[in-house]
Write a protein that binds this ligand. Structure first.
Ligand SMILES: *[C@@H]1O[C@H](CO)[C@@H](O)[C@H](O)[C@H]1NC(C)=O
Ligand SMILES: *[C@@H]1O[C@H](CO)[C@@H](O)[C@H](O)[C@H]1NC(C)=O
Ligand SMILES: *[C@@H]1O[C@H](CO)[C@@H](O)[C@H](O)[C@H]1NC(C)=O
Ligand SMILES: *[C@@H]1O[C@H](CO)[C@@H](O)[C@H](O)[C@H]1NC(C)=O
Ligand SMILES: *[C@@H]1O[C@H](CO)[C@@H](O)[C@H](O)[C@H]1NC(C)=O
Ligand SMILES: *[C@@H]1O[C@H](CO)[C@@H](O)[C@H](O)[C@H]1NC(C)=O
Ligand SMILES: *[C@@H]1O[C@H](CO)[C@@H](O)[C@H](O)[C@H]1NC(C)=O
Ligand SMILES: *[C@@H]1O[C@H](CO)[C@@H](O)[C@H](O)[C@H]1NC(C)=O
Ligand SMILES: *[C@@H]1O[C@H](CO)[C@@H](O)[C@H](O)[C@H]1NC(C)=O
Ligand SMILES: *[C@@H]1O[C@H](CO)[C@@H](O)[C@H](O)[C@H]1NC(C)=O
Ligand SMILES: *[C@@H]1O[C@H](CO)[C@@H](O)[C@H](O)[C@H]1NC(C)=O
Ligand SMILES: *[C@@H]1O[C@H](CO)[C@@H](O)[C@H](O)[C@H]1NC(C)=O
Length: 437
């Protein structure tokens, strides 16, 4: 029932929360709520570009913009926006170029939303350090003007639909530490200047259509830890004498058109490498013996190249080696010297996967097969020229889940060992001369 007397009280109930909000705003002074601030309008413009701004429900003039969801400001007047951080908030629409007027912005994180359209012009954001727009649906080119944000430390534009080239002036971002452009449709060459950025430690350019060579500058980066460039169309090779890249821990160049031989000092230049993926290229020549010094390797994949010669017997101190994939090359073993590597592998107590398929390994499977790591789950030696009987010691590999010996010329019976491999889920023995029971 309507009672006129209650009106003033109702009004109080509406005003009171506003006052409380102002108090709660702490050192953000209440009068600034209605301050005609440029940042306030820039943020409202940004909100206008968003089709479903549910996550921005407290972006109203009742609340100081510095307390809006995802917004943070300077601690003193004039209160300016320093951070806009709204990852994974189901935001769709275009990113308004009004953000380019938030000149105090230090951190802009809109990762994992559904923004489409172009990357806005942000060239005036000279304080911007962290720009993360990854995992959206952004289109068009990376604006060259972004290279004017000279304080950028982290640039993440990964998992979008960006096209065109990487701005050649990207090397002007001399403070860059992390550069993530993977999973886009970028083409053209990798700008050499990127390799001259001293602090750069993470580069991920995977899954684009980049072509041309890996700039020589890249092989001298003093702080590079992770260099991921698989699934592009890179050509050329690796310098034949490498400088010491002792900071490098992960290198992937897989699925490109790279070739030539690996430098003979490859392993000496990568003393701390843990993950090395060179699969599906056109590398040729021997596997460098210097890899013996890269004994911290956890995963090594050289598959689907044109490597020749014997597999070097280097895996003696590889205590953390987990997977070794050498399949689909032209590697040879025809005598005991050629099989020495296999005995060395028995020292790799962490080995869980080994594939030597599709090479030119001849003769009998060494008896030492039974001394491979007890944790070995995958052993693939398909499509070689193995002959003779399979040593019964293979039955000691009780953890094996996947065993493939198909496409060889193996003979004898399997009943001495097959029953011991109680964890097997996949077994391929086709194309041999095993005695049927
Ligand atoms: C605005 O919303 C966010 C997230 O819901 C919340 O953390 C923040 O405290 C809200 N601000 C105010 C002033 O209520
Ligand atoms: C907001 O920014 C201030 C300095 O500008 C900083 O001290 C504070 O930790 C930031 N708050 C959040 C939640 O990031
Ligand atoms: C992306 O955001 C959604 C919510 O919108 C969340 O469920 C999901 O975990 C986020 N994914 C990542 C990788 O952060
Ligand atoms: C940025 O600020 C300038 C000056 O206040 C204004 O003229 C311009 O319209 C603003 N740009 C955007 C995209 O909001
Ligand atoms: C970028 O900076 C250069 C030199 O500092 C300047 O000449 C150029 O106009 C700037 N470009 C943009 C788009 O702001
Ligand atoms: C990416 O862009 C290309 C060309 O602009 C378009 O054909 C394709 O559908 C887009 N993909 C997505 C996921 O938006
Ligand atoms: C990178 O630095 C080297 C050495 O200072 C210099 O010779 C080279 O021209 C630079 N490359 C680029 C693309 O700026
Ligand atoms: C990859 O580069 C080669 C030349 O190096 C070119 O012939 C080929 O078309 C390119 N492939 C793709 C998918 O871009
Ligand atoms: C490479 O650099 C590291 C760290 O500076 C150093 O410990 C190591 O001895 C160097 N190796 C070679 C082969 O120069
Ligand atoms: C491993 O490194 C040591 C020390 O740098 C070097 O003397 C040795 O020749 C290297 N081994 C191989 C196989 O290159
Ligand atoms: C073998 O696997 C088990 C369980 O996954 C693990 O705890 C153990 O450390 C592994 N042994 C070696 C030598 O890597
Ligand atoms: C397979 O081995 C048998 C004898 O063990 C030999 O007669 C035959 O020629 C070999 N076949 C191939 C394809 O090497």
């Amino acid at each position: 029932m309507w009672q006129p007397k209650l009106l003033p009280k109702l009004a109080m109930l509406v005003v009171l929360p506003l006052l409380l909000l102002c108090y709660a705003a702490g050192n953000v002074h209440c009068s600034t709520i209605h301050e005609n601030s440029e940042d306030f309008h820039s943020l409202l413009d940004f909100k206008k570009g968003i089709t479903d701004p549910t996550a921005l429900s407290n972006w109203t003039s009742n609340t100081h913009f510095c307390r809006w969801n995802g917004v943070n400001c300077t601690l003193t007047r004039p209160y300016r926006v320093t951070e806009l951080v709204l990852p994974g908030k189901n935001l769709a629409g275009q990113i308004s170029s009004s953000l380019g007027n938030l000149t105090y912005l230090n951190k802009l994180v809109l990762t994992n939303n559904s923004f489409h359209g172009p990357i806005p012009l942000l060239n005036k954001l000279l304080n911007l350090k962290y720009l993360s727009l990854g995992s959206n649906l952004l289109q068009g080119e990376i604006p060259d003007a972004l290279t004017n944000c000279s304080n950028l430390v982290k640039l993440d534009l990964s998992k979008n639909n960006l096209t065109g080239v990487i701005p050649p002036r990207i090397g002007f971002l001399t403070k860059l530490e992390s550069f993530l452009l993977y999973k886009n449709s970028l083409s053209g060459v990798i700008p050499p200047g990127l390799g001259n950025i001293t602090d750069l430690s993470v580069i991920a350019l995977s899954q684009n259509q980049l072509n041309g060579p890996i700039p020589t500058e890249f092989w001298r980066m003093p702080n590079i830890a992770l260099l991921y460039m698989p699934e592009n169309n890179l050509s050329g090779g690796i310098p034949q004498t490498l400088f010491n890249l002792s900071s490098l821990r992960q290198l992937s160049l897989a699925y490109n058109m790279l070739g030539n031989t690996l430098p003979s000092n490859f392993g000496n230049a990568l003393p701390n490498i843990q993950f090395l993926y060179l699969a599906n290229n056109m590398f040729e020549g021997n596997i460098p013996a210097s890899l013996a010094n890269a004994s911290g390797l956890i995963d090594l994949s050289l598959s689907s190249n044109k490597f020749t010669g014997q597999i070097p017997s280097i895996f003696v101190n590889f205590s953390v080696l987990s997977t070794l994939i050498l399949e689909e090359n032209m590697l040879e073993a025809s005598d005991s010297a050629g099989w020495e590597f296999f005995d060395a592998l028995t020292n790799c107590s962490s080995l869980t996967g080994l594939s030597l398929a599709g090479n030119n390994l001849q003769g009998v499977v060494p008896n030492s097969v039974g001394n491979l790591a007890t944790n070995l789950t995958t052993l693939i030696m398909s499509d070689n020229h193995l002959s003779g009987t399979v040593p019964a010691s293979i039955g000691k590999l009780n953890s094996l889940i996947h065993l493939a010996l198909d496409g060889n010329n193996l003979t004898g019976t399997i009943d001495e060992w097959i029953g011991k491999l109680t964890n097997l889920q996949r077994l391929n023995l086709r194309g041999n001369n095993f005695k049927t029971l």
